[in-house]
Design a protein around this ligand. Structure first.
Ligand code: NDP
Length: 302
């Protein structure tokens, strides 16, 4: 009987955080100011509050300066715009993150989340969500990449480096993905779409699937890499998944009993010869570590 090999995102994220911290220590040892991240949190979304607290904690671990601007859920469009403009002009702020989702009262037909994201200066857009930076991701010329897809790519490279835990984060090589077939399920601007371009730019052959795709269980056949980012539990099981495939589960789903699970039917993979990320402990920690990496990159760019 075979077992899946677990891709330990918590471990890899720790390595990445160590590498970021070393860079910040080097900056500070030259009597320069530390890189600074500003997070805008609007409203009372409980999950968002937890994410923001985790980001503050990680920034502290990396010696990155962080500030969270908390705005009430009934904040006006103008006040949110003003907050973003001020941060754009603040010389000491290198990276701006507008925590999503925004409260419904801010959203209208003319002003959706994309509108508010578009107000962030591209040079401070830490999650590559402005149209300008999305364009650079599209043509492969960006100096930073969106945090979750970047974390997914790191996990893939780590797996192709035989999950060698003895090497430092910076010595993990970019895997040669030419000739590899990848399936991405989910086409959001945050995860699926940018990831598809990043894999394409790395010469993988990419198939995209979404909620209108038929026969997903057939589509997984012969894929070397499968990434799911849907928020839909038990999307598919191990049937038709080829031996040795790499499965990266981005999804986070809370079941009625409070348990957190991903998109994959994880149990069905328990006798499968494959590489798979757990939920929690897979992509989540890598997303935050990539955010810290991007803050330092934006600081250096400026
Ligand atoms: P979105 O809701 O923006 O996008 C979901 C995508 O999944 C859509 O493209 C949708 O298709 C597709 N989809 C939904 N149901 C199905 C289905 N049954 N079969 C195939 N495709 C389906 O979500 P996000 O991309 O923002 O997030 C996706 C998941 O990843 C969520 O669970 C989220 O919590 C998690 N996440 C985790 C992160 C981490 O760090 N671990 C970071 C970001 C997100 P269509 O376009 O047709 O509607």
């Amino acid at each position: 009987m075979t077992n899946p090999t677990i891709i330990d995102g918590t471990f890899l994220a720790m390595k990445k955080i160590e590498a970021v911290r070393e860079q910040v220590e080097k900056i500070c040892s030259q009597s320069l100011r530390a890189p600074k991240l500003a997070v805008i949190l609007v409203g009372d979304n409980e999950a968002s509050k937890i994410y923001v607290r985790n980001k503050e904690k990680k920034a502290k671990e990396c010696f990155i300066d962080s500030e969270t601007i908390i705005l009430p859920s009934d904040v006006s469009k103008e006040e949110l715009e003003e907050t973003i403009f001020k941060l754009n002009l603040d010389e000491k702020v290198d990276a701006i993150l507008l925590q999503l989702p925004l409260p419904q009262n801010l959203i209208s037909d003319s002003f959706d989340e994309k509108y508010f994201l578009s107000l962030i200066s591209p040079s401070k857009d830490v999650d590559c969500l402005t149209s300008f930076n999305q364009g650079r991701v599209f043509n492969g010329s960006s100096s930073i990449y969106p945090c979750t897809p970047q974390g997914v790519l790191n996990l893939i490279d780590f797996t192709y480096s035989d999950l060698d835990t003895s090497i430092s984060f910076d010595s993990i090589k970019s895997a040669n993905l030419a000739g590899k077939s990848a399936l991405i399920v989910g086409r959001s601007l945050l995860v699926g779409k940018p990831l598809s371009l990043m894999l394409l730019n790395r010469n993988a052959t990419v198939t995209m699937a979404h909620s209108k795709t038929q026969n997903l269980q057939d589509l997984v056949k012969d894929k070397d890499i499968i990434v799911t980012a849907t928020g839909y539990p038990k999307l598919f099981n191990s049937q038709n998944v080829k031996d040795g495939a790499i499965l990266i589960d981005v999804g986070i789903n809370k079941l009625e009993n409070g348990k957190l699970v991903g998109d994959l039917d994880f149990e069905s993979f328990k006798n499968k010869d494959c590489y798979i990320t757990p939920v929690p402990g897979g992509v989540g920690p890598m997303t935050i570590a990539s955010l810290m990496e991007n803050v330092v990159k934006l600081y250096k760019n400026r």
